[in-house]
Every structure is written in C-alpha cells, then in structure tokens.
Design a protein around this ligand. Structure first.
Ligand code: CA
Length: 182
C-alpha cells in the first residue's frame, strides 16, 4: 500500500485529505508542523508528500528545498493559498512535482497524486546507471562494459546510492567486475 505523508497545520484540511486518501486505499501519515514533517520523512520514508507552505516550525519551501538539495526524489505536491508565489514554488530551485491551490477539490487532488506517482514510478524503472563505458545493473549489482586497464586484475565495486532523504553513501551491494581490453 502506498504511503502518503500530509504535512499541514490545519487539522480540518488534514482530516479531509486523510479521509479521502484512505478511501482510495492509501496509507496516511500526518504531521502538523514542518519539523515533525521533516522527521517523519526520514523515519517513515513515504511514497509521496503533500506539503503545505505556511507551516509552523519550518516552512514548506525550506523542506522542499532541503530534500532536493540532499538528492531526495520523493514526489512532492505543494498545497498553497492563492496569494503565494507559485512560479517560485514550482521553479527548479525548489523541485516540487505539482501543486494545488486552496481551497481545492479533493477528487482532483487524488487524481494528481496518482499522476505524480505514476511518473515517479516510471523514473525508478530506469534501473541501469551508465558511466562512460561502464553499465551498472542496480538490481543485480552487476557491472558491464569494456575497460583497458589491467586485464588480470578484477576490480571490486560498491553500489552506493542515496537513501530516501538524500543522504548519500548507503551501501546497497557490492561485487567484482573483470576488465577486458578492447
Ligand atoms: Ca498552513
């Protein structure tokens, strides 16, 4: 079951969204201020975040920016009042995936959540990393490619990727590849 974290200080909006998400078979997590929200992103690793902008503790823009700067790709949909600067929110600097202005139609919100999740899942299906002549199969921890370095010497490799919060260096797996001459 997909898990959605709602970071929103207005309890009536949280409850409205939560009720409708549960009816659509999502698991719902709730945070009522920015700092609690950030903590729950780290501990709960949600599949998507609904993020209010004006929050006590830490505002939504700073949360969004912080996650993206750390390399996190968790899909984020911003919930914002009409008078806030959408262009700024949606700019590459902050990296949100979509936004909705309040008051919003909750059915439209659910439709957007589904669309954003579909796009995110397509991204994760890209399971190969190519670096020059080197191809890494992320799932199988295998390396392919042609190398002109010492053909007798197998090279150990380690697969380090970013964890959901963008902290790099999580050890995913390791193996050995054998170089060959072109
Ligand atoms: Ca708010």
């Amino acid at each position: 079951m997909r898990r959605i974290l709602i970071i929103e200080d207005e309890s009536n909006i949280r409850e409205l969204i939560s009720y409708n998400l549960k009816n659509n078979n999502y698991e719902v997590l709730q945070a009522e201020d920015g700092l609690q929200g950030l903590e729950m992103i780290v501990t709960e690793n949600p599949d998507l975040i609904l993020l209010d902008l004006m929050l006590p503790g830490m505002n939504g823009l700073d949360i969004c920016k912080d996650l993206r700067e750390r390399g996190s790709k968790i899909p984020i949909i911003i919930l914002t009042a009409k008078n806030e600067d959408i262009d700024k929110v949606m700019g590459l600097e902050f990296g949100a995936d979509d936004y909705m202005t309040k008051p919003f139609n909750v059915h439209e919100l659910i439709a957007r959540i589904k669309a954003v999740m579909r796009r995110a899942e397509q991204r994760t299906e890209e399971k190969y990393i190519c670096i020059g002549a080197l191809t890494i199969d992320i799932e199988r921890h295998e390396v392919g490619g042609h190398f002109s370095s010492d053909p007798e010497q197998p090279h150990p490799y380690h697969d380090y990727r970013t964890d959901p919060t963008g902290n790099s260096g999580q050890h995913i797996g390791c193996g050995v590849f054998y170089p060959c001459c072109d």
